[in-house]
Design a protein around this ligand. Structure first.
Ligand SMILES: [Cu+2]
Length: 146
């Protein structure tokens, strides 16, 4: 195969990977604004194929999806270990820190444009009754989905 053909083939096969972006969401005991048990940022909008590196401040935090567009987008990261997740499905994913869910340690990941927030909103309304803190911040994060 000629060099040019190889180059063209690589462009076709690799373009998704080249365009994909890496993002970071920190899982913090105390956020930069002083709030306790937060995902920072609490809302992040990414493109399909992008990765998010979930970075816990210590071994007490992890990230687990609890509302997903479909089961193939489900994930759970280990405690205290920065972990990259690639998102290959458009939609909204609600993420919680398992031990601090009741303290409102929840984040929102929007994948793609023009996303319907109905499913995420319904999941949050259901979960809300068992959450004691950060409710307004989570409401606000969900309101950013569009
Ligand atoms: Cu936590």
């Amino acid at each position: 195969m000629s060099g040019f053909k190889l180059f063209t083939l690589c462009l076709l096969l690799c373009s998704g990977a080249i365009n994909a972006k890496d993002h970071t969401v920190k899982l913090l005991t105390q956020g930069s604004d002083g709030k306790m048990m937060v995902f920072e940022p609490i809302f992040i909008k990414i493109a399909k194929g992008d990765t998010v590196n979930f970075v816990p401040s210590d071994s007490s935090h992890n990230a687990k999806s609890f509302s997903v567009p479909s089961e193939k987008s489900s994930f759970e990261t280990p405690y205290g270990k920065a972990t990259k997740i690639t998102f290959n499905e458009e939609g909204v994913i609600l993420v919680k820190c398992v031990p601090h869910f009741a303290l409102g340690m929840i984040g929102v990941v929007q994948i793609g444009d023009n996303i319907d927030s109905a499913k995420a909103m319904a999941s949050w309304e259901k979960a809300k009754v068992s959450v004691a803190m950060n409710k307004e911040a989570i409401d606000e994060a969900i309101s950013k989905i569009k």
